[in-house]
Design a protein around this ligand. Sequence first.
Ligand code: FAD
Length: 292
Amino acid sequence: MSFSTLYGTGKFGLSFELFPPKSAESEVAMWQTVEDLMAFSPSLVTCTYGAGGSTRGKTLDIVEGVHRKYGLPVASHLTCVGSSVDELREYLAEALDRGVSGIVALRGDPPKGETEFRPVVGGLSYASELVQLIHTECPSLDIAVAGYPETHQEAMSEEMDLENLKRKCDAGGQAVITQLFYENSDLFRFRDRCESLGIHTPIVPGVMPVVNFSQVRRIAKLCKAKLPAEFINAMEKAGESESAQFEAGVQFATQQVHELVRAGVPGLHFYVLNRSPATAQVLQQVGISGKN
Ligand SMILES: Cc1cc2nc3c(=O)[nH]c(=O)nc-3n(C[C@H](O)[C@H](O)[C@H](O)COP(=O)(O)OP(=O)(O)OC[C@H]3O[C@@H](n4cnc5c(N)ncnc54)[C@H](O)[C@@H]3O)c2cc1C
């Protein structure tokens, strides 16, 4: 597998993102989710890397488990937070040993309560440096990087953020997976700006169906993605009913995905949050699956 072939002509790269569950019970639920989502023939499954490297072993257990059980390409997310270059090297070596074919290479967020990212002694400051490390020392690993249709929160300007993305792609990033967003026009503008800057790497929209009010609040707080008034109105209309909120969320995500597919995106990356119903309903309604 190579990210460049997952998203080539005649292909549709469908990926699902999991996170390391915190309890035995939620781990069972996560594996059921994976089983349910196999019906859509994903091209890739990824698993996040907890803040500060808190889930190192668990992230690899999950991706290795998916790879062994389903024979699918898998990618581990990896951040620069809390690790020296030597520790990052160790992680990459273990990932290769355990059948991981790609890395989603990230800088990571500053620890809670801090506004600025500070590398550890002997560590890396930016995702572009991690991409370079992987590309140089582990060339058999595919590399995806993060892109921000609404610009990264800490970026000095949109231009500087896009220059950073170009640096990551030039250093070896083979696919750009975007932060979640809810206005497709932001994605289309981002895609055009990337193209005009010479970033020809496949840009894979990150999609997260929002199916209840607590998720709405979480998004506003954590990543500050804009939620369209039309969607908030639909959620408000749903009132207290959990099932009506779910329906409103699925309907909005279905429209969003329909439009993205019609606009020729090379694939989709679903933030499934270890639960399948919303993603499964959207995929069913749009009628898509991975094509490889
Ligand atoms: C698809 C996806 C998956 C993610 N998975 C995880 C995960 O598993 N675990 C986790 O903890 N977090 C994850 N994140 C969140 C991510 O770690 C944060 O968004 C983080 O704040 C930035 O990471 P980055 O890789 O984009 O950083 P970078 O690309 O390094 O950019 C960080 C900031 O620095 C700026 N910058 C970069 N280079 C320079 C430079 N040379 N000079 C000045 N400014 C510069 C950029 O414009 C940006 O504002 C994920 C995000 C996405 C979109």
